[in-house]
Write a protein that binds this ligand. Structure first.
Ligand SMILES: NC(=O)c1ccc[n+]([C@@H]2O[C@H](COP(=O)([O-])OP(=O)(O)OC[C@H]3O[C@@H](n4cnc5c(N)ncnc54)[C@H](O)[C@@H]3O)[C@@H](O)[C@H]2O)c1
Ligand SMILES: [Fe+2]
Length: 389
């Protein structure tokens, strides 16, 4: 059972970009930052729908005498092969820094390119925790989704085609030198992506608040993130031009990202990776579909924590901690449904016969399962997938 004493017994380390800039219209400031760092040629890692929206940033880079070298666009959640293609482009040019402007997909590729362009290690050598030896190139990240929080996290995720698993590189060297969070960059995100990415950010906050390594230092981000995301997600899905809702979601996504380094996620993310790895379901959708049933599984381990999450989501308190917590789970499912996100694995066209293999694959995500409030066995994973079918 979690209690306050337990939290204070844990040591927590916050590693964040030394500069985090937040605000409408702040994006072009990245040009001055790069120029001051002596970056005269920067590799721009972005995606096709984002490129036409960043004229203002390109102008600012030109004014600051920073030449852009355009990397091949990262238009899907990145595989090792996609990463290698960008790495090759980076090595073919004399670049002095890396600028990511995109969702988690582009940002993750940019982070690894910044570390490995001059590095001697290969990707398989750095999958895991603290295996990366260093990063020579300056790295600046601008998120265009709300979102993964990758702009402030020490993580990067690639799909390894060899075993169809999504794998993480976790390292302090992957923390960017600066993050510029400009909510205006998210105005063009289509409704379905707004929904999926917003539910991913919400999941980061929930999994950090109800986590074996939860800590008061991080709880503040997590709870506040849950509040602002749940209050604004549907608004932004229904009206993408709602600048107020977009700014709140950017804030919530940043809060979620700040939870990732010190505490990180747990079983929702671990069980969702096989959906992305094998069936290429978008990361946010995979999490959203599993979130209610993983919470139902975890709830007996920390009902108070889940009740606090429920209150942050805005439920009316029930007659007991248990009832309040259950109302929270209900509300999450309703929010996800209202956002138009599929609720069942069957809706995602995942064959039922795939469940045992998915459970086996999820068991390999030990770096996240170790954070979960309850131990998850392979049989538990099968049950959670079955309940979500
Ligand atoms: N590094 C981390 O800490 C971390 C955390 C969570 C997730 N992830 C990873 O991030 C990836 C998912 O990132 P994501 O959810 O941000 O989605 P994404 O980057 O894949 O973007 C989704 C889609 O939206 C488009 N898009 C992005 N910004 C847009 C904009 N402003 N306007 C119009 N279209 C836009 C993209 O081109 C893409 O087609 C996954 O691979 C996931 O595993 C990383
Ligand atoms: Fe995530």
């Amino acid at each position: 059972m979690l209690d306050v004493f337990h939290f204070f017994m844990n040591t927590v380390t916050l590693l964040q970009p030394p500069r985090i800039v937040f605000g409408n219209g702040c994006a072009p400031q990245c040009a001055e930052f790069l120029a001051q760092r002596g970056v005269g040629r920067v590799l721009l890692v972005s995606s096709t729908p984002v490129l036409p929206t960043i004229g203002g940033i390109k102008d600012a880079l030109q004014k600051a005498n920073v030449t852009i070298v355009q990397a091949p666009p990262v238009d899907r959640e990145p595989t090792r092969a996609m990463f290698e293609e960008v790495l090759k482009a980076a090595r073919a040019e004399k670049i002095e820094g890396v600028l990511a402007i995109g969702g988690g997909s582009a940002i993750d590729v940019a982070k690894l390119v910044a570390a490995l362009t001059h590095g001697k290690q290969t990707v398989p050598e750095v999958f895991g925790i603290n295996l990366l030896q260093g990063r020579e190139l300056p790295l600046v990240c601008l998120p265009t989704t709300s979102g993964t929080g990758a702009e402030v996290s020490p993580n990067a995720i690639l799909l390894d085609e060899t075993d169809e698993l999504k794998k993480g590189v976790v390292s302090p060297h992957l923390v960017a030198d600066a993050a510029f969070v400009d909510p205006l960059l998210t105005l063009s995100v289509p409704p379905a992506v707004t929904a999926a990415t917003g539910l991913d950010a919400l999941t980061h906050c929930i999994e950090a608040y109800a986590n074996k390594f939860a800590h008061p230092v991080v709880d503040v981000y997590a709870l506040q993130g849950i509040k602002v995301i749940s209050a604004n997600l549907l608004r932004a899905v229904r009206n993408g031009s709602d600048t107020e809702a977009r700014a709140q979601l950017s804030l919530g996504s940043l809060y979620g990202g700040l939870c990732l380094g010190p505490v990180n996620t747990a079983a929702v993310h671990a069980l969702s990776y096989p959906l992305g790895g094998r069936f290429h379901i978008a990361h946010g959708v995979s999490n959203a579909v599993l979130l209610p049933n993983v919470i139902r599984f975890n709830l007996p381990a920390a009902p108070e924590r889940y009740a606090e999450i429920a209150l942050a989501l805005g439920v009316t308190p029930g007659n007991s901690v248990q009832q309040t917590a259950e109302r929270g789970v209900q509300m999450l499912a309703e929010l996800s449904r209202a956002c138009g996100v599929p609720q069942k694995l069957s809706e995602l066209k995942i064959p039922r016969e795939a469940i045992p293999a998915m459970a086996k694959a999820a068991m390999q995500v030990t770096r996240l399962l170790k954070n979960n409030l309850r131990p998850v066995t392979e049989a538990d994973a099968v049950k959670i997938y079955e309940a979500t079918y």
